[in-house]
Design a protein around this ligand. Structure first.
Ligand code: AMP
Length: 326
């Protein structure tokens, strides 16, 4: 449990949690910060300076820091990342920031689901110590003009259909790494391309942070949890089950000896295509580590899909061994 959590309040009766709203922990919350103490006892920090100051104190006393970047509307998938971080670090920072620069002009930035109070509760229960909840202008003040981008891995899968998306992701994650300076940062395998790109960015730009990938959390019927699932009608939600079914079929084909990637992609495409409400964006089977065509060096593969159900775009994937199939 982080020292920022409920225990801290309980440990020191002189610090009234109600009074803490607005940053009233002497010596910890600078007066000019909009740090908040919400009813659940976990601080919400809205400024970069505020987060830096709080974490500097912790770092000085030898505490390890885990970072879980999110866009909010949290669910059990996010929760699994937070719990892993809380188990492996002294303090877990959850960032909740709907990053405008990773959305394209016709995407769902304006209607992206928000459930901040519930998010705070989930973070608290999962063992987070602090929430970083900056405004867009805090992260991108007037005159902001410098971005992080990659020549590799961005021209496949979501990179093809969402131009500029990963530039936005890499830029915000770089900023979060600089701001929080975490020892470890946690990302879901649900966003497999994002995870691979962040791993590469971390290596190429020498960020002193360990990237931890976390397994996909699914509903009992196989649907991968996603904040965007809330957009789905009942019919669309039922239709969306075709994604996991099709991925599983692809994996089964590979396991039963199919070695032609195009045949697996075709079978998965047909399986999703059989669902009337699904409109495929892509089906790709790639080298899992490098996100390029499968070659002799490939040891595991990523089978990834994206499809629209109505106006909701969902992604899903499975990773499995490739070279062992003789
Ligand atoms: P988001 O809020 O959608 O940007 O996601 C924040 C983090 O949670 C990312 O690293 C995602 O990959 C991860 N995540 C989202 N959904 C899931 C899921 N169903 N299982 C595991 N991780 C997930």
């Amino acid at each position: 449990m982080s020292i920022f959590g409920k225990q801290r309040v309980g440990e020191d009766p002189g610090k009234d949690p109600e009074n803490a709203r607005g940053g009233t922990y002497p010596g910890e919350y600078p007066e000019n910060e909009r740090s908040e103490k919400n009813g659940k006892g976990i601080p919400v920090v809205e400024t970069i300076g505020g987060l830096r100051e709080q974490l500097a104190v912790q770092r000085k006393s030898g505490k390890s820091i885990g970072l879980v970047p999110t866009m909010g509307a949290l669910h059990a998938g996010h929760r699994s990342l937070i719990e892993k971080s809380a188990a492996e670090n002294d303090i877990t920072v959850v960032s909740i920031f709907v990053n405008p620069i990773q959305f394209g002009p016709n995407e769902d930035l304006d209607k992206y689901p928000k459930s901040f109070d519930a998010d705070v509760s989930l973070c608290t229960e999962a063992g987070a110590g602090i929430i970083f909840h900056p405004t867009p202008s805090e992260m991108y003040p007037d005159g902001f003009s410098l971005y992080v981008d990659s020549d590799a891995m961005t021209d496949v899968m979501c990179g093809r259909s969402r131009p500029g998306h990963f530039r936005g992701v890499m830029t915000v994650v770089s900023k979060l790494f600089h701001i929080a300076a975490p020892d470890k940062a946690y990302f879901g395998e649900k966003d497999a391309q994002q995870l691979a790109i962040i791993q590469k960015m971390t290596r190429d730009l020498d960020f002193p942070v360990q990237i931890v990938g976390c397994p996909i959390v699914r509903e009992a019927d196989g649907l991968a949890l996603s904040s965007r699932n809330t957009y789905l009608s009942d019919e669309e939600r039922t239709a969306a089950l075709c994604l996991y079914r099709a991925l599983s079929l692809g994996k089964l084909l590979a396991a039963s000896g199919e070695r032609n990637p195009a045949e697996i992609v075709k079978a998965v495409t047909n399986a999703i295509g059989a669902e009337k409400l699904a409109h495929i964006d892509y089906v790709e089977l790639l080298d899992a580590g490098r996100l390029c065509a499968i070659s002799e060096q490939t040891s595991s593969v990523l089978l990834a899909v994206a499809a629209y159900f109505g106006s909701t775009r969902l992604i899903d994937n499975l990773t499995f061994e490739w070279c062992d199939r003789k």
